[in-house]
Design a protein around this ligand. Structure first.
Ligand SMILES: [Zn+2]
Length: 454
């Protein structure tokens, strides 16, 4: 893959071999979904690899294990400092490749480097970010540099399953009185945009993330022989509840972040789109009605989404079911609450025989600010690593570990400093996940510039 950006000259060249370090990280299959069966061995092996790859970090930073899979590196300041610390996060677990093996061009855990591209599970999510972060810190340590404020590197080993490590880290540090000036985690990238009138690459930094809920609908029936049904069976009742929900989508509402995105898109789009984006930003009620017309990508930014993911019930073809249930997966819009979702479900289903049980509920996060020093520092670091690339705010629609901080720290940003096109974005959690060596080199520059600019 060829570099699309001219090299930045204001940062000195870094330690070579970042792609080899990532490739080696990929060879250790830290699949958190398999932890129950595989044990902690691969995770320990991975942390031992980090100790070998980053000797200066392990020498100069304080290392602490929190819970089974949380690691915090504390980088002390050069002298006394009253400035609030900064938290930089990444996770070292990956999702499985089960069922995709045939689709991979190169085996997912070999860490193959071909024509300037590193292939393998975790290349983008999230070992790619991790390697750029740790390389940046190691390089600064090699130069003898120390930060003017405390820097905490918080790594989790179970983000892809439940993020307990990140939650434990956030809670532990909170109890110790740590109040970061900002937190940076994965969730955005350097990428192309699906909106018309815009060409080139943009740094998309997530300011907020939607909530996640898993809800079980269930009901019971009288049972009996299927030749004599009376009214709806349990299966019919659950099917009707799901159908009602599908026909009554959640209300449209544009979060502040999406409005800020459109306002800034206007500055970069060609006409007539620039005018359209400007109008979109100033008329959120109209825009939130138009966005779903762009497809699922547009709709998820302005609405709580609902997907029925599992359904079960009954025991035999000719027996009336004595019970039935369905699982719903909901992504709660920023600005709304899990309580509101449950109220809406109850109203729409409108059936006292269907019980609604919350299996999991994580509220949507608040929205981070763009008129603060942290945003400017992020924007400047993007410019140092990817000259000419504009930074835009956006809404992260998938869950990240960053949410565990957002409950008590307003400024949580979600961004991996890696360039990825639409095809690469689609490879996250799928086959042929890969990152260009150029993106890794620039990602390291991003973190180095960010740290130097604090
Ligand atoms: Zn991830």
């Amino acid at each position: 893959m060829q570099s699309l950006w001219s090299p930045s000259t204001d940062l000195a060249p870094a330690r070579p071999g970042i792609e080899d370090r990532l490739a080696e990280m990929i060879t250790i299959p830290t699949v958190s979904a398999h932890r129950e069966t595989s044990g902690l061995g691969v995770f320990e092996e991975f942390l031992e690899l980090l100790a070998r790859q980053y000797p200066l970090i392990h020498q100069h930073l304080e290392v602490e294990r929190i819970g089974e899979l949380g690691v915090v590196f504390t980088w002390p300041t050069a002298g006394p400092s009253a400035a609030a610390p900064v938290v930089l996060m990444a996770h070292f677990d990956v999702v499985p490749t089960t069922g995709q093996e045939e689709e991979w061009t190169y085996p997912p855990f070999e860490g193959r480097i071909v024509d300037g591209v590193v292939w393998g599970r975790g290349a983008l999510d999230d070992k790619g970010s991790l390697v750029t972060l740790l390389d940046a810190v190691e390089n600064l340590l090699a130069e003898g540099w120390a930060p003017g404020r405390e820097v905490l590197l918080c790594l989790g080993g179970d983000e892809e399953v439940h993020g307990r490590a990140a939650r434990a880290i956030a809670e532990t540090l909170k109890e110790r009185g740590v109040r970061p000036s900002f937190v940076l985690d994965e969730g955005g990238a350097i990428t192309t945009l699906p909106f018309p009138g815009l060409s080139g690459w943009f740094a998309m930094i997530g300011l907020a993330e939607k909530g996640v809920m898993a809800v079980r609908l269930s009901t019971t029936g009288a049972g009996g022989h299927a030749s004599a049904p009376s009214g709806l069976t349990a299966v019919g009742r659950i099917a009707r509840a799901v159908a009602r929900l599908n026909h009554n989508p959640f209300r449209l509402r544009m979060p502040r972040t999406v409005r800020q995105l459109f306002a800034r898109l206007a500055d970069h789009a060609e006409q007539p789109y620039a005018g359209i984006y400007r109008a979109a930003a100033s008329a959120p009620a109209v825009t939130s009605r138009l966005l779903p017309l762009l497809g699922a990508d547009g709709e998820v930014m302005v609405r709580t989404s609902l997907a029925a993911t599992m359904i079960s019930g009954g025991s035999a073809p000719n027996v009336l079911p004595s019970d039935a249930s369905a699982m719903l997966n909901l992504r709660v819009n920023v600005g709304e609450s899990c309580d509101q979702v449950i109220t809406k479900l109850r109203t729409v289903i409108d059936d006292a025989e269907v019980s609604i049980e919350i299996v999991e509920a994580d509220e949507p996060t608040p929205e981070a600010a763009v008129d603060v020093a942290a945003w400017q520092q992020l924007t400047d670091a993007v410019a140092a690593a990817y000259p000419g690339v504009a930074t835009l705010p956006y809404l992260t629609t998938a869950a990240t570990d960053g949410r565990h901080w957002h409950r008590f720290t307003p400024n949580v940003y979600r961004f991996s400093p890696l360039a990825m096109d639409a095809e690469q974005r689609a490879s996250i959690h799928a086959a042929n996940e890969r990152v260009s060596v150029d993106a890794l080199v620039r990602g390291e520059r991003f973190y180095r510039a960010l740290l130097l600019g604090l």
